[in-house]
Design a protein around this ligand. Structure first.
Ligand code: C5P
Length: 232
């Protein structure tokens, strides 16, 4: 684990709010996660305004298209130099390989590619409706293995998947884990949560934490409290 494994989820389309948060969190988190909500509203200009905050940016754009188009999207994103970006593993091995080969062209500045397996918003009934009758945990493991074989650096996974994925995929595969709640924070709409300590003990590499930090009166203090808890 990194000594500060926190990526704060900046879930807002508002550039002023995002910049304020980035400034407050400078030095208190490992990086910022910018998702589709922010990137669709603010694009590359908004991204650049935030990327100087002092840590890596995890650009959570969940790419999913034919290999040629995904490779083109990765090429278009390389100048932004994100530390991490996401791609749907269900796009298949050729798509993931095309993304990995394209990312490799950035050499040392290469973004780490993380796979999205089964969205946690889908239950067994939803998966059956789209023709995926496999047990969800089996499908997650299958897609994560495929991601590794196809050259991806890691996956985003829920707390309950961390342990088995760590055992199956080895010590170096990145597990970026949302659904994290310190014992003193409200769960909100997250149903299956782990504390930061539990997730790290289970094998998480990085923790994605949004509202416990962004909703706190003092976001820097909330982030510090989490890193202090992890250090003890
Ligand atoms: O505020 P909270 O800590 O719940 O934010 C978690 C972040 O992680 C959000 O950006 C959410 O979209 C993302 N995420 C998640 N569960 C997943 C995948 C991503 O909560 N399975």
């Amino acid at each position: 684990m990194s000594s500060n494994p926190i990526f704060c989820a900046v879930d807002t389309p508002d550039l002023v709010k995002a910049e304020k948060l980035g400034g407050q969190l400078r030095g208190h988190v490992h990086g910022l996660k910018l998702g589709l909500e922010f990137f669709m509203a603010q694009g590359a200009t908004g991204y650049r305004a935030l990327s100087g905050f002092g840590g890596p940016v995890f650009l959570d754009v969940k790419l999913h298209d034919i290999p040629n188009t995904v490779a083109g999207a990765v090429t278009s994103l390389l100048p932004l130099q994100p530390g991490f970006m996401t791609i749907h593993t269900s796009g298949g091995p050729a798509m993931m390989r095309a993304a990995a080969e394209t990312a490799a062209k950035a050499g040392q500045m290469r973004p780490k590619l993380l796979g999205v397996t089964v969205l946690t918003s889908l239950d067994a009934k939803d998966l059956a409706a789209v023709g995926q009758d496999t047990h969800t945990a089996q499908q997650v493991t299958r897609l994560a293995k495929l991601a590794k074989e196809s050259g991806l650096d890691g996956v985003v996974c829920s707390p309950e998947e961390v342990k088995v994925l760590r055992q199956t995929l080895g010590p170096d595969f990145i597990l970026m884990v949302p659904g994290i709640r310190p014992s003193w924070a409200a769960a909100g709409d997250q149903k299956r949560v782990m504390t930061p300590r539990e997730a790290i003990n289970a094998g998480a590499t990085y923790l994605v934490i949004g509202r416990p930090i962004t909703g706190a009166a003092d976001p820097a203090e909330a982030a510090q409290r989490i890193t202090q808890e992890l250090a003890t």
